[in-house]
Design a binder for this molecule. Structure first.
Ligand code: SF4
Length: 86
């Protein structure tokens, strides 16, 4: 089964909440320095979660969400561990 990586540009996010409404399993809204921002609950999703996340990415008004198919599992593990430090 395919897996996908979520790439999120928090600097671009305007905190509109569309992603959290469309896909609450993966997206939530948090306060960052008094501003509302989206936050992914995970950085890697399964094929079953792809559709709702892809729709959230398409609906984002500032293109802050990208969903990429994972092809190299070791590379993704490394990036996932890096993402946890953010
Ligand atoms: S839809 Fe885009 S701009 Fe709106 S909260 Fe989500 S990531 Fe941010």
């Amino acid at each position: 089964m395919a897996s996908y990586k979520i790439e999120f540009n928090k600097d671009e996010c305007i905190g509109c909440g569309v992603c959290a409404s469309q896909c609450p399993e993966t997206w939530e809204l948090i306060q960052v320095n008094g501003e509302q921002k989206a936050k992914p609950k995970k950085t890697q999703i399964s094929e079953n979660e792809y559709s709702s996340n892809s729709e959230a990415a398409d609906m984002c008004p500032v293109d802050a969400i990208k969903i990429e198919k994972i092809t190299d599992r070791r590379k993704i593990v490394d990036e996932f561990e890096e993402d946890l430090d953010v």
